[in-house]
Design a protein around this ligand. Structure first.
Ligand SMILES: O=C(CO)[C@H](O)[C@H](O)COP(=O)(O)O
Ligand SMILES: [Fe+2]
Length: 222
């Protein structure tokens, strides 16, 4: 039995000139706000960093789910925890000692998340699950919003769910990339219980209504 779904709209698809308003538009409907931090090094794209997160933190009470697509997360991730992020996720591919960084993030008051990109197998990381709070499985190649959902990534979701269940862990299993009305149920069926949606929420005429729809589709599976 998986916990009730978390819907985390990504502000990557929002209007960056009006971020505070865009986040307020989903208050009451969303569970978390997903914040994609990209450094044009780990991924070939550049978005926002710590000063924006610090300012935005004052604009809303929604929990921040920070997704760091950056090299050297050991250097930068603790700052996001200190800025009040609820969950800070770093990439397995970018981190030499994920257990150590997860401990640092927890000591700084945040949940710790481990992200697995499209081309990375999940198997070597299954033994780390007891040390993290969130596992984020990319259902696209990290770097850009608006890409097509890759159903073949769901095998990784199933593998992680199986391990969470077998070890009775309280780890959130998040999917990120191409999550929309026509894909969310498949991800939920595979065992995901947290869903990032950028284009499907901020590309909709009514973002709050789009979130409600996504939630009911995910709930319909559990
Ligand atoms: O991490 C990401 C990209 O690397 C984003 O969170 C993701 O792309 C969400 O956007 P969309 O729902 O449009 O795919
Ligand atoms: Fe993301």
């Amino acid at each position: 039995m998986t916990p009730s779904p978390i819907i985390a709209p990504s502000i990557l698809a929002a209007d960056f000139a009006h971020l505070a308003d865009e986040v307020r538009a989903i208050e009451g409907a969303a569970d978390w706000v997903h914040v994609d931090v990209m450094d044009n090094h780990f991924v070939p794209n550049l978005t926002i960093g710590l000063p924006v997160v610090q300012s935005l933190r004052k604009a809303t009470s929604l929990p921040f789910d920070v997704h760091l697509m950056i090299t050297d997360p050991e250097r930068w991730a603790p700052g996001y925890a200190e800025a009040g992020a609820y969950n800070v996720t770093f990439h397995a591919e970018a981190c030499e000692d994920p257990v150590h960084l997860a401990k640092t993030l927890r000591a700084a008051g945040a949940k710790a998340g481990l992200a697995i990109d499209r081309d990375t197998p999940v198997e070597p990381y299954l033994e780390l699950l007891p040390y993290v709070d969130t596992v984020l499985i990319m259902t696209i190649k990290a770097g850009f919003g608006g890409q097509r959902f890759l159903p073949e990534m769901l095998d990784k979701v199933r593998d992680v769910r199986r391990r969470i269940t077998a070890k009775d862990l309280s780890v959130r299993l998040e999917v990120d990339g191409g999550i929309a009305a026509d894909t969310i149920a498949r991800a939920a069926e595979a065992g995901a219980d947290a869903f990032v949606a950028g284009t499907a929420v901020y590309g909709a005429e009514d973002p709050a209504e789009a979130i409600r729809k996504l939630r009911s589709l995910a709930e319909g599976v559990s």
